[in-house]
Design a protein around this ligand. Structure first.
Ligand code: ADP
Ligand code: MG
Length: 511
């Protein structure tokens, strides 16, 4: 009996040890898996690092590339396109003007009444419309028929009978946010389509002619006075409100910037005469590239799988179209490395499945147990029952991706300031004597949902601006949000360059 009892006791002890062994083994394995996911995060953090020294290298690279792009056609990945906008609205514009804004999935028609004293927009009516998908790949005639018919409906709705009876030709600013080779403020040729548009018969064609023909066909007495890019509109509106505005930046689906440059600095266009001695340059900065940009394997893979590999490198690290996909790639890697998130969800294999606003919502989830993160993972990505500590990791990934984007955008802005000698260092060739006394108030107009609707993005951007410029200089730099600048600004430029205004034809080439 005694032997039997001992035998049972030994058996129980062995079994207990085995169970404990299994438990310990499981814990060890799970700890190892956890360490692997944390490793993925650490690696991401390291490869996304943007210490101020690195940001300053990006600033310098941006200023140098701007120089190169201004020196010769094709001299840089920055196209530095001429806009022929040599003056910006001052606030004295008066009258009723229209604008048509075509640049993505939506297009907008607008009418503004300008009061003629600084910053007095008496009324503003905007109508947004979605461009039907089939028209994005149809013919230019179909596309222009569509937009001008919507414009005609809008004009008929908005105008009073007495306005309609006036004999004055209505004037229109056309915002066309695709790469365009302009030859004057009212004439330009389409270089290529972007953003899903593919209308072959339009490439290389003069844009205003097409628009004007369509207007005529509709019997609409309207004259397109200016052809501009959306950032140029934003700059125009910014300057209308504040004469210290020197540049404009858009951070939305894509990203771009423009600024006012001295005409004599635009070397590729020697002989260019402007009445003001300056011209707005559309940088197309989304295509900026520098070896100083902190690039990860996720960026490289996303670029390789994109329809435009090796292009829009800066945009792919910064703008709303791409950040969600960088996040998706990181999460997918974490899921493959470990089962902390359960089995790999098939949703995670779908490119661009996570839109920017959802990523921002996870990042800014301030519920104590990260309910929003849990809901988005569950509903959008079909990842169920993620433990709290793993949800914290998800927030951290959003943070790393967004912080890098915002800080790089800040470096881009300082690059522009440096190019025009407004960064407090005396410009690209100047001495580095930093004097805050010399620094003039400098305003940059900013639009785009990442900046306007994503608080963490905006805060990180401001923080980086302060770090790069230093507090003394940064206090003179104001980022100002404008609204509907792409179309309101185009209408303002139409007013400024109106056929009734005397110097509308002032800008020409000497040779
Ligand atoms: P555009 O398409 O002309 O660039 P927007 O400035 O509205 O227009 O930018 C749209 C981009 O911003 C999209 O990528 C969209 O997903 C993103 N976005 C919209 N709302 C938010 C938000 N609250 N937080 C972060 N990103 C947002
Ligand atoms: Mg737009």
């Amino acid at each position: 009996m005694g032997k039997l009892a001992v035998g049972v006791a030994v058996g129980v002890a062995v079994a207990t040890c085995a169970v404990a062994g299994v438990v310990v083994g499981r814990r060890l394995r799970s700890r190892r898996k956890w360490r692997r996911v944390v490793g993925v995060l650490r690696e991401l953090e390291e490869s996304c690092e943007t210490p101020v020294g690195r940001l300053k290298q990006v600033v310098d690279a941006m200023a140098v590339e701007m120089h190169a792009g201004l020196a010769s056609e094709g001299g840089s990945k920055l196209k530095m396109l001429l806009t022929f906008v040599d003056r910006l609205p001052t606030g004295s514009e008066i009258g009723t003007y229209y604008a048509l804004d075509l640049g993505g999935t939506n297009f907008r028609v607008l009418r503004v009444q300008l009061g003629g004293t600084r910053s007095s927009i008496l009324s503003k009516d905007v109508k947004r419309q979605r461009i039907p998908q089939h028209l994005m790949t149809s013919t230019s005639e179909d596309l222009f028929d569509f937009i001008t018919s919507k414009l005609k409906q809008f004009v008929e709705q908005e105008e009073t009978v007495s306005e309609a009876a006036q004999s004055r030709t209505r004037e229109l600013g056309f915002t066309f946010s695709f790469p365009v080779k302009q030859i004057s403020i009212r004439s330009g040729f389409l270089i290529r389509w972007t953003k899903g548009f593919a209308i072959e018969d339009m490439i290389g064609c003069e844009i205003i002619e097409r628009l004007q023909a369509a207007l005529m066909k509709k019997g609409l007495d309207m004259c397109a006075t200016v052809l501009v890019n959306d950032t140029v509109g934003i700059l125009a509106l910014g300057h209308y409100y504040d004469a210290d505005t020197v540049a404009a930046v858009k951070i939305g689906t894509g990203t771009n910037a423009c600024y006012m440059e001295r005409a004599d600095a635009i070397i590729k266009c020697q002989g260019l005469l402007t009445s003001s001695g300056a011209m707005v340059v559309n940088m197309e900065w989304g295509n900026f590239w520098s070896s100083h940009l902190p690039r990860t394997t996720y960026d490289i893979e996303m670029d390789m799988e994109s329809p435009n590999p090796n292009d829009q490198g800066f945009e792919k690290m910064i703008s709303g179209m791409y950040l969600g996909d960088i996040f998706r790639r990181v999460l997918l890697r974490m899921c493959k490395e470990s089962d902390v998130f359960g089995p790999v969800s098939s949703k995670l294999l779908i490119p661009f499945v996570l839109e920017m606003p959802l990523m921002a919502a996870m990042h800014e989830d301030d519920t104590p147990d990260l309910k929003v993160v849990a809901a988005i993972l569950r509903e959008k990505l079909e990842i169920q029952d993620v433990p709290l500590k793993a949800r914290r990791l998800v927030v951290k990934v959003c943070d790393v991706v967004t912080r890098r984007a915002a800080r790089l955008a800040a470096a881009g802005i300082v690059g522009i300031l440096k190019k025009i000698g407004r960064d407090g260092t005396g410009g690209i060739t100047g001495s580095r004597s930093r004097s805050d006394a010399k620094m003039r108030r400098t305003v940059v107009a900013v639009e785009g949902s990442l900046y306007t609707s994503y608080m963490m993005f905006r805060e990180y951007l401001h923080e980086a601006l302060n770090e790069i410029l230093g507090e003394d200089v940064a206090q003179h730099v104001v980022l100002r949000t404008t609204e509907d600048g792409s179309c309101v600004g185009a209408a303002l430029l139409a007013a400024l360059h109106s056929s009734s205004s005397s110097s509308s034809e002032g800008l020409h080439r000497r040779r």
